[in-house]
Design a protein around this ligand. Sequence first.
Ligand SMILES: [Zn+2]
Length: 129
Amino acid sequence: MAITRAGRICSFCGTPGGPGTDLPLIGGLGAQVCGVCIDDFHATIHDEEALAAARGSFPWDTMTDAEVLATLPQILASAEQNVGFAQEWVDLLRERNVSWAEIGRTLGVSRQAVWERFARKSGDKGASA
Ligand SMILES: [Zn+2]
């Protein structure tokens, strides 16, 4: 199965984007960023006053409790997206016939541990190789 950006969200604002939407996403290693966030970050980086303000505080410092609460599901959705990407990455490795032992070694865990974590979800029940 090919890894795509379909059905993904921006890891910074939580907005769904990618193919089939008006919101392009780019990124890697699971994290995605939308064009709106890139424009916002670009504007901040090139505005000394905005950059100084951004360096001096965190966004949550000025958020209400309701805003912090509303952000929690977005944080979890982004985390789940990254975990899903790790699964797709392991599936890709398995399609390339990389062994469970090699994947486990890379993650610093046993072949059995990595198999239990990833094989059940991918349906790759085979080969302990
Ligand atoms: Zn965004």
